[in-house]
Write a protein that binds this ligand. Sequence first.
Ligand SMILES: [Zn+2]
Length: 291
Amino acid sequence: MGVHFGGVTLLNKVLFGPAGYPSDARGSVKRVFQILVDSGMTALEYAAVHGLRTSKAKAIMIGNLARESGVSMSLHAAYYISLASRTQRIRETSRERLRKALRFAPLMNVKRVVFHPGYLGGLTKEEAHIVIRDALRSVWETTDDIEGKAFLAPETAGKLSAYGSIDQIIRLCQDVEGCIPTIDWAHIYARCQGDFGEKHNYLKVLTRFENELGELFLKNMHFHVSGITFTEKGEAAHRPLGEEWGPDILPLLEVVRECGYNPTFISESTNPLQGALYAKYLHEELEKGST
Ligand SMILES: [Zn+2]
């Protein structure tokens, strides 16, 4: 029941999991996967958000545990990646961080490397696009010798000053081989100043991605979900899911069901595992309601 695409096999079903290790695992990798399996989780986004510091041996161990547990892996690369930085050295270390993530990904059974392209660095949007596009092309080409290479998965940004509008992410994925989008719904909500979260909003965005990217998008749908607070500059802080903070994700799960989409939901809420369980619960309730 898997589909073969871009060198990786992905299952045709909706997956759920947390961003980062569940805190109850207290850093034990074995316990991480035990907790995920026990709570019915099917995905994990490994958090290398402060840099990828794991050893090769540990990476292989994580990959084996993920495979045995049936947990689909993604990896969130460093927050401080800034491909269009004013400083050349930061641009180069940012490219190197992505190369390293791509080299480690197959060891960890990771299918996609999620990252934020960075800020505009004083450039116009068009200039930033060219710098970021060329940086990603170079990263992709210089890692050609890797077997089972993961996708590069730039994420929709929450801050208005960051590169990562829906249009920009779509364009990057069209212009760079090996790029697929990561849609962070909380970020989109923050960029829209909270004017987002109804079924027609979700449908409009998903239809755009589908029309512009086709199969590449449909076979690799990857969502971040969370509650969020925002200011006029965009994202402020992540908050729990299913409480007073938007966006409401029930309409999103309804759209996913009705359109037959098979995304992976990664919860980035303040308690990521709890958020993932909440998303999965909504999904299961909708399934029950339809039978
Ligand atoms: Zn995110």
